[in-house]
Ligand binder design. Structure first.
Ligand code: FMN
Length: 177
């Protein structure tokens, strides 16, 4: 099984990148998780959507070929970061590679609400993109107070890791349905 991760932070030591890397490392036997690089994408421009840059073509191809997508988002000002919205806008146009694609969402933030508001906005956007979303009930990966839950580039909080393993199990089943 091939899954791609779209991470909404470009920061070198991003907790959200570390969260994606943790999911990747813990599931190597079950699926290949490729973490896509959003920093290479230009700003979405409708004038270019029918003849986009190689970086956009590659990005869209990888998403199209994937069996599922995991979106890992920080929260910026109660919503998702611009780089993630930009990536979703590219994916939403011309060949519309996200239609019907199984998607799971997750997020880490330093504050108490752990990306709750960002993920609610993300779900609203994903509805417009016609993805197949894993139900939020019992499946919300909200890693709050991230500064206390990561060490040496990995998520270390045992309870959070166990919960994420369960959600990923359900996502793998959801993809196979
Ligand atoms: C521009 C900006 C806006 C932010 N807004 C929020 C916010 O609305 N809610 C929140 O919980 N954290 C907010 N934060 C703090 C982020 O949760 C924190 O910086 C987190 O580490 C970002 O994710 P990253 O580690 O993957 O880069 C904000 C940070 C930045 C840089």
């Amino acid at each position: 099984m091939k899954i791609v991760a779209i991470v909404g932070s470009l920061r070198k030591d991003s907790y959200n990148k570390q969260l994606a890397a943790t999911i990747q490392e813990r599931n190597m036997e079950r699926f290949d998780l490729e973490i896509l690089d959003l920093s290479v994408l230009p700003h979405y421009n409708q004038d270019e959507e029918n003849n986009p840059s190689e970086a956009v073509v590659d990005f869209k191809r990888k998403v199209k070929e994937a069996d599922g997508v995991i979106i890992v988002t920080p929260e910026y000002n109660w919503s998702i970061p611009g780089v993630l919205k930009n990536a979703l806008d590219w994916l939403s146009r011309v060949d519309k590679v996200l239609i019907g694609k199984p998607v799971m969402t997750a997020g880490a933030a330093t504050g108490l609400a752990g990306t709750l508001r960002a993920q609610l906005h993300l779900r609203q956007i994903l509805t417009a993109l016609q993805v197949k979303l894993l139900s939020p009930v019992g499946n919300e990966i909200l890693v709050n107070q991230a500064g206390t839950k990561f060490a040496d580039g990995k998520l270390t909080d045992e309870a959070t890791i166990n919960f994420i393993d369960d959600v990923v199990d359900r996502f793998v089943k959801f993809i196979s349905e």
